[in-house]
Design a binder for this molecule. Structure first.
Ligand code: ATP
Ligand code: MG
Length: 634
């Protein structure tokens, strides 16, 4: 009997699936009517492959849909419950947010920002970050948010690429108790960028900064402007933002998103996946510097008039109980996080979350990487107490919103640990072979999307050619996701890792997630990463890096035990050449394992672009573990 968990939250709207299957264009047409439009569209979809324009001729405004529409009934409702890393808190209502956004929109206008201009935002996780984004949206400027953990060089690349004339930053931001001087990072970044006219500086940490003639203080600018600013009437495909991908596989790409299609996608998926109710307290742990933060911290919750918690700092600061403290304090009902974070919590054991009151939780979610079945079970049992459905949501910066996920807001869900379930209505997912032919059930292949969808990127910023070659050249008329996956007999989708990372051993193709999940299901292991290195005989041979639970020591005995487990669970073909025990794995700043760095270490090659690497010491430690083993075995 396969392991499944059926959970219903009292919703029975699966008829939407039939509607979507019979005609996805008219299905999205009816979904788009949930938003407020200044004028309706004349054509639902203009599909000129690979460019899609949704709701052509329609006009709307993202900030209007996030704020103005709630003023009559919800102006006193809390929009953001902000928790600072240092324990400060702020409660911001829809009414206050509305005023702040209009004022900041006037500030931008007073500095000459016009419709179509780009504005770079480099702020920590403070309410002024969504305020700045919504203010841009209000006047039709395209925002480009840079994660506040990035260095001057990364800022310079992104500002030059987007040609932003205005940058919004802060004096400093808190990270693990330290103040990071964001302003000096911007000063370094724009030294040679003469086109930058103004830098707006929010006084967050009150650290010492030096002011230049380009700099203006947020507080002073806000004091001088009116709190009335009408939302611009913008075409549906107006560019809302540029956002650079995480850079897990290489240099980040500048993904460009539009307005009407994107917001339609978010509104619908937020209701279907999270079953959002007026009384919910939603908490998504993603930094707004990543797409999850853009879509499911800023836009989706505000479109739906939800109340959410926004947390400024690191999930393990001052210790690993911080998340549970926040959940208990705000009586969070819906919690959305990453497999990386859950593995971190697991490493320190169940006693910590068990000592908090998490009884308000009713729904859990994950995003960002495949969730290993063992990690899923821990999340389900320890955090959700076997009551809460887990939505494992698959999507990308490029897709704008979720494409695959269980949808408890729509129907009773039947969950399989480790599977993201089925595509959302209106999304046509295919698993295909090298030639683009559909593979049968239980066969691995490349994940593609066969129809355009409303949240899809407009293009890559200023680079239509790269957009075409990256996503649309491998298969004719199909979006190539770059992920490896499989559909089982029941139609459930299993994400198996990145297509580039697939291991090819003696003609057998193995997804990294299969091996990693096998190792992680051993009680001593909490996280692992597999990669292939060249081998004269087999073509490729497997090496694995494993992080152990707190207090457990690795050694040849454990290595043998894990190797035996792989041979039993997957087969002799997957026998790894070595398993290296490491204290941590190299990850992107968005928390994803960077397997290409491990591969470079395994093959003694150049490490390549590390601009999005979170912690350089992880690479040194992996290198050390690798060298140790090879000295011993020489
Ligand atoms: P880059 O494209 O620069 O390498 P990135 O792909 O890491 O960066 P994102 O767009 O943030 O940037 O991440 C999307 C990727 O994350 C997906 O392609 C997939 O590999 C992974 N992913 C996201 N959600 C899931 C999920 N639920 N299950 C499995 N993998 C997921
Ligand atoms: Mg990607």
């Amino acid at each position: 009997m396969p392991e499944t968990y059926d959970i219903g939250l009292g919703n029975n709207n699966s008829h939407l699936r039939q509607e979507a299957d019979s005609d996805f264009v008219s299905f999205w047409d009816s979904q788009a009517r949930n938003l407020s439009w200044f004028s309706l569209w004349t054509k639902t979809l203009d599909w000129n492959p690979p460019f899609a324009r949704w709701f052509v001729g329609g006009t709307l405004n993202a900030s209007y849909n996030a704020l103005d529409i709630h003023q009559a009934s919800k102006s006193a409702k809390t929009a953001i419950l902000w928790e600072g890393e240092d324990g400060q808190s702020r409660n911001i209502t829809y009414g206050e947010l509305f005023i702040q956004v209009q004022k900041f929109a006037n500030v931008l206008k007073s500095l000459g920002v016009q419709r179509g201009d780009r504005v770079t935002i480099y702020l920590p996780m403070v309410p002024e970050l969504p305020i700045a984004m919504l203010a841009c949206a209000r006047i039709g400027a395209t925002h480009t948010v840079i994660f506040s953990g990035f260095s001057a060089a990364s800022i310079r690349d992104r500002v030059s690429d987007s040609q932003s004339k205005v940058i919004v930053t802060a004096d400093g931001g808190y990270r693990r108790g330290q103040i990071i001087n964001l302003k000096s990072m911007v000063d370094d970044a724009i030294k040679s960028l003469d086109f930058v006219n103004h830098v707006i500086v929010l006084e967050r940490a009150k650290n010492k900064i030096s002011m230049t003639p380009k700099d203006k203080l947020w507080g002073q600018l806000m004091a001088d402007v009116s709190d009335l600013c009408n939302a611009e009437e913008l075409p549906s495909d107006h560019p809302l933002y540029i956002l650079y991908t995480s850079g897990t596989t290489g240099k980040p790409k500048g993904v460009l998103h539009g307005t009407g299609g994107y917001l339609t996608h978010l509104y619908s998926t937020f209701k279907w996946a999270f079953d959002i109710k007026d009384s919910d307290i939603f908490f998504c742990t993603a930094d707004i510097g990543w797409v999850t933060g853009h879509s499911y911290v800023v836009y989706a919750p505000l479109l739906c008039g939800a109340t959410q918690v926004m947390y400024e700092g690191a999930p393990d600061f001052p210790d690993v109980s911080r998340m549970w403290q926040i959940l208990q304090k705000y009586q969070v009902t819906i919690f959305y996080t990453t497999p990386t974070a859950i593995r971190l919590f697991m490493k320190f054991g169940a006693e910590i979350p068990n000592s908090f009151d998490l009884s308000y939780l009713r729904l859990l979610g994950t995003v960002g990487e495949p969730i290993n079945p063992e990690v899923w079970r821990w999340y389900f049992k320890i955090i959700g107490k076997e009551r809460c459905p887990i939505i494992d949501t698959w999507w990308q910066t490029e897709t704008g919103g979720m494409l695959i996920s269980p949808l408890p807001g729509l129907e009773t869900v039947s969950l399989k640990p480790g599977s993201a379930g089925h595509p959302i209505p209106g999304i046509n997912i295919g698993i295909v072979d090298e030639n683009g032919n559909d593979v049968p059930a239980n066969t691995k292949g490349y994940l593609v999307v066969k129809n355009p969808w409303p949240g899809m990127l407009l293009s890559l910023w200023d680079d239509d050619e790269k957009y075409k070659t990256t996503y649309w050249s491998k298969y004719d008329g199909c979006y190539y996701s770059g992920d490896y996956a499989m559909r089982d007999d029941d139609g459930y989708l299993w994400l198996l890792g990145r297509a580039d990372d697939v291991l090819n051993v003696a003609g057998h193709r193995i997804g990294t997630a299969e091996l990693e999940s096998c190792i992680v299901s051993h009680p001593s292991v909490v996280e692992s990463a597999a990669c292939g290195i060249p081998d004269d005989v087999k073509g490729e041979t497997i090496i694995i890096f494993a992080v152990l639970r707190q207090g457990i020591l690795g050694g040849t005995k454990l290595e043998q035990e894990l190797t035996d487990k792989i041979r039993t669970d997957i087969g002799a073909i997957a026998t790894p050449k070595h398993i290296y025990f490491v204290p941590k794995l190299p990850k992107t700043r968005s928390g994803k394992i960077m397997r290409r760095l491990l591969k470079a270490i395994g093959t003694n090659e150049e490490i390549g672009d590390t601009s999005t690497l979170e912690d350089g010491s992880a690479v040194t430690q992996v290198q050390h573990a690798f060298d140790e083993v090879h000295r011993r075995t020489k």
